[in-house]
Design a protein around this ligand. Structure first.
Ligand code: AOF
Ligand code: ZN
Length: 346
């Protein structure tokens, strides 16, 4: 039973994706004798936590049952006064007798303190239910709060014979359903990065128009020699953008030019800028040289490969080599394409 209700918490948590970072996605359900009487999730950064929304959702006729119900939370209820008051107090005020949690909150302000507080008040607390799934769901939050560094995802699409594209031209590899998925990934990520050649050859928009949910991510591009034409999509000032490029003439509201010197190591610079801006995740969308640079620097936590099993290019720009130590975490079909998700061990 615990696992069924925890899975429901995860489903609810996911509804917050794209809206809550750098906070975790969190879901909560309140169950009385096997019946769900309340559900909630953390919907927006800075706003009510999952537990609050869950308790507020209980119908007036069921409110008397709260003190005889079990609260399931995908994350340990918080212990601190942040932008909202501590959820642990809510549990105690409503005299909820049992709380089931997937993960303890790694935030040092919480970190098991709420479990101790609830147990000392006589609440039965069960932890680690589907803990691995819970950690995977909030991998960005866990990594960011524990290391202070953004979670880096390398993404590429390749043909069945291992090519990224034909040389020097934008090449369609995956189908429209995969494109939607990529836009969903963009909406879940704080920042998206492309290298110089991709910016020039593909003229990408790097928006999430096919998954218009969540906030528009920060776009980042490299163009150290300032070759990108004025009418390039990345210079349309339509959403927050950082260009590692010489400054340009013109009036920009959302576009920031980050001047860098020719020999400066690019990855360290971007990561440190992201860190300072509180960005918890980065999706690197290419091209080959940029992906290779991140791979060689071991600067990645996750790799997502979309493969078109029916497309053979025979020649072109080779896809990067998957590192030997990459661990396959998930694989699934999307439309006519196949997606494989790898993580770095440890
Ligand atoms: C919960 N339930 O739904 C979430 C929690 O700034 P605040 O007040 O929103 O606090 C953010 C921190 O609270 C976040 O870093 C994490 O430790 C925890 N998130 N806790 O009890 C929730 N989203
Ligand atoms: Zn809370």
């Amino acid at each position: 039973m615990n696992e069924i209700f925890m899975r429901r918490c995860f489903q609810l948590a996911v509804l917050g994706e794209g809206f809550v970072s750098p906070n975790p996605v969190v879901g909560a359900v309140l169950v009385h004798e096997g019946r769900i009487i309340g559900e909630g999730w953390h919907q927006r950064y800075g706003q009510a936590h999952a537990e609050v929304n869950c308790i507020n959702s209980v119908k007036p006729e069921d409110r008397s049952l709260i003190s005889a119900s079990t609260l399931y939370c995908s994350l340990e209820p918080c212990h601190h006064y942040g932008k909202t008051p501590p959820c642990v107090n809510l549990v105690l005020e409503h005299k909820i007798p049992k709380v089931v949690i997937s993960n303890l909150d790694p935030n040092p302000l919480v970190a098991g303190k709420s479990v101790v507080k609830m147990r000392s008040a006589g609440v039965e607390v069960v932890t680690d239910v589907l803990a691995d799934e819970g950690r995977w769901l909030n991998r960005v939050f866990f990594h960011f709060i524990q290391t202070g560094k953004p979670w880096i995802i390398l993404k590429w699409a390749q043909s069945a014979d291992g090519f990224l594209s034909r040389v020097g031209e934008r090449t369609a590899i995956s189908g429209p359903t995969a494109q939607r998925l990529v836009h969903r990934w963009r909406s879940q990520t704080d920042a998206i990065l492309v290298g110089t050649r991709t910016a020039l050859v593909d003229n990408p928009r790097l928006d999430n128009r096919f998954w218009p949910h969540g906030k528009a991510p920060l776009r980042i591009f490299f163009d150290r020699q300032g070759k990108l034409p004025d009418d390039a999509c990345l210079l349309d000032d339509s959403q927050p953008t950082w260009g590692y490029t010489p400054a340009r003439q013109g009036v920009f509201q959302q576009t920031e030019f980050k001047i860098c010197s020719e020999g400066e190591p690019m990855i360290q610079r971007v990561l440190s800028d992201l860190r300072q801006a509180g960005k918890s995740s980065l999706l690197v969308e290419g091209g080959a040289t940029t992906l290779q640079t991140f791979l060689e620097a071991e600067a990645w936590q996750e790799i997502r490969i979309i493969e078109n099993p029916a497309l053979y290019l025979k020649k072109g720009l080779s896809a990067p080599q998957l590192p030997k130590h990459a661990v396959l975490r998930d694989s699934f079909d999307v439309g006519t394409d196949r997606v494989k998700i790898y993580t770095s061990p440890g």
